[in-house]
Design a protein around this ligand. Structure first.
Ligand code: SPD
Length: 362
């Protein structure tokens, strides 16, 4: 009798653990990348309790995905990183029967994303954007002159220009696979080249301007630009527009601008995917489907100022966002955008070495 009781208590606690797990979802997403009420709405609609953690670097996410057992159910890698992680077996195939809101997605953008994930079997577009330059309009004009036209990577890669801005704070993303190709593109090289000499030339340019760079960080610049604590940041489109909105709201006299430089810029897609060992794949599918609801995606875009891949959401997105060429680039600007290709392991190691040299000078 006693044995039976122990067994039934054990079984009972196992099933309540399973029940608790079925009712929980662990999401790992980029910082500053969701509307204030998105998670609360999902919890209210499904009764699933969400734990929501954030990161600001693909490398940090990748380390977790390649180690396994992250405990996350939904993560949001950028498309080129996604491709390498799919190849490593990090993600499960999506069960599209559980994703009826897929019909809302823009077929052309999903076709672009399929270059990294054939058939869109493992991931769905969350948001997309460009890597350009955010700047404090007045601080830059004070240093370079009111007539200076801010339209080029000269602002950060031309030593004569960036040296004049150093005192008000110039920052770079801590993202080697974006910064080195951007420098290569500025030098007239193919930003996707994996030629060692080309990558070294890009890194050498970054080392040359390094003395004028205040810090390398991928999220701190949002508040710093908004508060006037830095004046130029290589940054992600929506994050710079969030800085602009925060400055406007604070009414602090800081005017933040964003450019997609005329020489071109990286266009990227951040993708929702489910780790192969996700504790709760069913809730993960529910979450991804919920995000693809046109109103939910529109609410996110209206809050974070990033473009999305959900065609049905666009009529619900604020016109000041859909008509903003820094968020939805013009056809002319689109012609100069590049998409990154996944690096092989050898190139990846080279980039890591070069990046350490850029940041530390060694
Ligand atoms: N605050 C959200 C930032 C999202 C940036 N996505 C990464 C793009 C990498 N190319």
């Amino acid at each position: 009798m006693k044995k039976l009781l122990i067994l039934s208590v054990a079984l009972g606690s196992l099933s309540s653990a399973a029940a608790a797990q079925n009712n929980e979802l662990h999401v790992y997403n980029w910082s500053d990348y969701i509307a204030e009420d998105t998670i609360a709405k999902f919890e209210a609609e499904t009764g699933i309790k969400v734990t929501y953690d954030v990161y600001d670097s693909n490398e940090v996410l990748e380390a977790k995905m390649l180690t396994g057992n992250s405990g996350y159910d939904v993560v949001v890698p950028t498309s080129d990183f996604l491709q390498r992680q799919i190849a490593a077996g990090a993600y499960m195939k999506l069960d599209k029967s559980k994703l009826p809101n897929l019909v809302n997605m823009d077929p052309d953008l999903m076709a672009n994303a399929a270059a990294y994930d054939p058939g869109n079997e493992h991931a769905v577009i969350y948001m997309w954007g460009t890597t350009g330059i955010g700047y404090d309009v007045n601080a830059v004009a004070e240093r370079l002159g009111a007539d200076y036209v801010v339209d080029s990577w000269d602002l950060v890669f031309n030593p004569d220009v960036v040296s004049k801005l150093a005192d008000c704070g110039v920052t770079f993303l801590n993202a080697p696979t974006e910064m080195i190709p951007a420098a290569m593109n500025y030098l007239g090289l193919d930003p996707n080249s994996t030629n060692k000499d080309d990558l070294e030339k890009g890194a050498a340019l970054l080392e040359k301007v390094r003395p004028h760079i205040r810090y390398f960080h991928s999220s701190q610049y949002i508040n710093d630009l908004a508060n006037g604590d830095v004046c130029v940041s290589v940054g992600w489109s929506g994050d710079v527009f969030q800085a602009q909105a925060r400055a406007d709201e604070a009414d602090n006299g800081v005017e933040v601008g964003y450019i997609i430089p005329k020489e071109g810029a990286l266009q990227w897609f951040d993708m929702m995917a489910i780790p192969v060992d996700a504790p709760n794949p069913d809730a993960a599918h529910k979450f991804i489907n919920f995000i693809m609801d046109p109103q939910i995606t529109a609410d996110i875009t209206n809050y974070v100022w990033y473009a999305n891949g959900n065609a049905a959401s666009l009529p619900l997105v604020d016109e000041e966002i859909t008509s903003n060429p820094g968020i939805f680039p013009t056809e002319e600007a689109k012609a100069h955008l590049w998409a990154s290709k996944v690096y092989d392991a050898r190139t990846d190691r080279l980039i890591t070495r070069l990046w350490t040299r850029v940041k530390t000078g060694q």
